[in-house]
Design a protein around this ligand. Sequence first.
Ligand code: PSU
Ligand code: MN
Length: 309
Amino acid sequence: MARGIQTEAFRLSDEVAEALAAGRPVVALESTIISHGLPRPRNLEAAREFEAILRDAGVTPATIAVLDGVPRIGLDDDGVRRIAEEDMTKASVRDLPILSAKGASGATTVAATAYLAGRAGVRVFATGGLGGVHRGASDTFDESADLSALALSGVTVVSAGVKSVLDIPATLERLETLSVPVVGYRTTDFPSFWLSTSGYTIDWSVDDTDEIARVMRGQDLLGHGQGIVVANPLPADQQWDPEEHDRVLATAFAAADAAGVSGKAVTPFLLGFIVEESGGRSLEVNLDIARNNVRLAGGIARSWSALNS
Ligand code: PSU
Ligand code: MN
């Protein structure tokens, strides 16, 4: 297992480097959800809260972002403030060398975060919802690089499935093609982010975090470099009201069409529109989802650390 690798390509915070070197639990957190996925000023509170949930559980948070051209694995207070308050670009894997050359900053998507975490030896990552195949992708070819990056990075990503704004069955098919294991946490119902189910089932459910750590070990022993998706639904009594969800999403698609949004702007546009249109209710559910995933990721990191010590 890579432990605390430091290269010229990225910089680990001291805290993360020490935790990795000692085999202590570490969880990666993405920054696009902070910069582009959540409105200000709640996003700064959220970024701090996600880190605090991990610290309270004895886990070192590694929020990942590119600051002034340098990919950072673990941010200090000022770094966390910057991803929440500065207008920085949404950075996928392909943007990393360009930001480096320009000395520019970027908030990393799931793709770029998973890629950097994997390179640095951080094996567990919490996000809200993974990107995937967009609706209409057979015409637009719009499939998030989150899927291909996961197939290249041996990182376990905890996610409430994929957002119902995406084509869920197509996303599950792509994950199968890319040989990325997908397990449900105590369920075989694949969640659809704001809703606890999607109507699509997956083959496998896992019972506890120790079992997930054993799946990770099995993957390593096989020399299989792919990441793992842990689908973690919100408890049904915390999900968004399905009727309101369906109504707001229909309006959001119509608005995106009318505004002619495409490419990497689609996800931030839809998320922002949905928060507005739902009077902030989607935001509260979004935050609950992320907290729930951060907690589970912390548990997985602890199990992984215990299994390897
Ligand atoms: N999930 C959220 N909020 C977000 C995103 C996902 O709950 O903001 C972001 C993630 O950073 C993800 C990105 O990697 O959206 C996917 O964008 P695209 O579809 O353009 O690849
Ligand atoms: Mn896209």
